[in-house]
Structures are given as C-alpha cells and as structure tokens.
Design a protein around this ligand. Structure first.
Ligand SMILES: Cc1cc2nc3c(=O)[nH]c(=O)nc-3n(C[C@H](O)[C@H](O)[C@H](O)COP(=O)(O)O)c2cc1C
Length: 289
C-alpha cells in the first residue's frame, strides 16, 4: 500500500488520485446565463443526485488549481440562481468535451459545440435539445468548500421540471438504460460508455439473508469460493434442509454418478457453476452434500 496524507503531496497530484479513484462519475452538462443574458454551457463530473423529495442535484465547479480563478458557471449560478442540468449520452460526447474549452467570458459554447438551444419552460437558461434528459433547476444554495485553488463550490440545485425523450422510455414509462446510453468520466482523459458494461444484481432479500457469519466453517474458509460467491450464498433466508439436500443429490447422482465420490474442492467448483446462473439454492445443496 502507498499511504500518505493529502498535505504531503501537491494539490495537482492529489486531484489526479481523487479523480482516478472515484470513477466513473456521471456528467452534468450545465447550462447557465450570465448577468447580461449570454448563454454558457459546460460539463461537470463532480455531480450527483442526492434527494428525491425535494429533488436535489449537486455539482461543483472548482476554483482552478492553476491560478485560483473561478469558472463562469459558478459566477452565473451566483448571479442568476438558475441552471439546466442535461445528461450526456454517447452521441454527444465529443461536443460535450469541446464545450469544456476555456472560452472567454460571454462566448456561447452551444454555438462552439454545434448544440441546439431549446427554451426552458420555467427557468431562463436554455436546455440542450440533443440531451435525452434535461432538468430545469433553481439554485437553492451555493456552498464554498475553500478559498484556495482546487476548492469546490457545491451548487445545490432543486429540480423544478424534467424533460425525458420518449425514445429512451419503455412501454411502462421507465427509462431504458441501454437506450439512454450515458457516458461517465474517469481519471485523466478516460471516459466510460455505461451500457457497454451493464450487469444486474437483484436487491438483497427484504426477509434478511443469513450472512457469511452464519456459514459453516468449511464454506466460510473455502479456497475455491470468491468473495462475490460468499456474498451470493449469504443472500438466502435459511439453509436447505437435510432432506432437501439428500433429494437433490439423489436426483443429481442419477445423471452424474461421480458426484457421490466428489472431493470438497470439486463440490465447491460445481457450486460456483450454479452460482454463475444465480441458482443459490442448488449451490448450497451441493456444498452441504
Ligand atoms: C467531462 C468533464 C467533466 C468536468 N468536470 C468538472 C468538474 O466537476 N468541476 C470543474 O470545476 N471542472 C470540470 N470540468 C472542466 C470544466 O468543464 C471547464 O473548466 C470549463 O471550461 C468550465 O467552463 P465555464 O468557465 O464556462 O464554467 C470538466 C470537464 C470535462 C470535459
């Protein structure tokens, strides 16, 4: 392990570690207006949703590490107290990246990036027409986290209207993650295309899984089962009964006579196979046989 305290390295280096380790991060494509009404559009990956009632999102334009200056988006949010947060999908990732260029005050990044300004219903800043989900927001509060270069400024936004492209909704009116095709930011110049790596984990049992602490030692200390395997095995309400284990093994033995002489290791490997199909009950029956 390489261990150190933040004060022992430069802010720039620390910034790099933080951004690579806390990744991928969703991207808020924030549209604001300056005090003269000029549109501004910039991406921020210090961003997330924090509450549904009230619906709150927070993003953070930081003070530049280089020269401790502040970003136009922060100045605009302080002046106008309204913002539209647009999500970023794969089709617009290069336009989003371009709009992070540090153009001079008053330059309209919608025009630079070739994106379409769409009038909002409630707030003054424009929406990005190409973005599949747009959130019109009021700025409730801005929390400054410091005064030195690198200090974040939490722009706490309350969503006052949502716009969702029908193309990303399924028949039940639920957002289809594959169709939404979001991108996220990682360290350095890395991005990730979320749908290329989706997998599902069903919610843990509401009736409470037994937990690894209740496993027999030969399962808990298995040299074959992984941490993920233990996690799946722990999500069962109670262990199978002795009778159900016997019935399972008898049935299996009819097809695979070798099962009766299988070693612990072979049984654990077979259990892993059942787990790979999500069959926790059968995995336990093999382990307990
Ligand atoms: C994907 C992406 C994410 C970014 N996230 C942040 C962020 O969370 N905070 C920040 O201060 N700058 C972030 N930046 C850099 C700003 O977008 C950049 O400084 C921009 O010029 C600010 O524009 P403004 O001065 O018009 O507000 C990000 C850039 C990219 C490309």
């Amino acid at each position: 392990m390489t261990s150190f305290e933040p004060k022992d390295i430069s802010t720039g280096k620390l910034h790099g570690y933080l951004l690579s380790a806390v990744a991928p991060r969703p991207i808020a494509f924030a549209s604001t207006l300056d005090a003269d009404g000029n549109p501004n559009l910039s991406p921020f990956s210090f961003f997330n949703v924090f509450s549904a009632n009230p619906p709150i999102m927070i993003f953070s334009p930081a003070r530049r590490v280089r020269d401790n200056t502040t970003k136009h988006t922060l100045q605009n949010a302080e002046a106008i107290k309204e913002v539209v947060i647009n999500v970023v999908n794969f089709d617009m990732v290069h336009q989003m990246s371009l709009s992070s260029t540090e153009y001079a005050d008053g330059v309209n990044e919608f025009e630079k990036a070739g994106l379409t300004m769409l009038k909002s219903d409630i707030v003054k800043p424009f929406r990005v027409a190409e973005s599949p989900v747009q959130f019109e927001c009021k700025v409730n509060e801005i929390v400054k986290l410091g005064t030195e270069g690198g200090a974040g400024n939490l722009i706490i936004c309350e969503v006052v209207k949502l716009h969702i492209d029908d193309d990303v909704l399924n028949e039940e009116g639920v957002i289809n993650q594959q169709k939404l095709d979001l991108v996220a930011r990682a360290g350095g110049s890395y991005y990730t295309r979320a749908k290329k790596g989706f997998f599902e984990i069903p919610k843990p049992l509401s009736t409470l899984g037994i937990g690894v602490d209740n496993f027999p030692d030969f399962v808990k200390n298995s040299m074959v089962l992984t941490g993920n395997d233990l996690g799946m095995l722990a999500n069962i309400e109670r262990l199978p009964t002795e009778d159900s284990v016997k019935a399972f093994v008898k049935d299996l033995g009819a097809r695979y006579p070798n099962i009766k002489t299988a070693t612990h290791r072979q049984k654990h490997k077979l259990a892993r196979n059942y787990l790979s199909f999500g069959d926790v009950e059968s995995a336990w029956k093999i382990l307990l046989s």
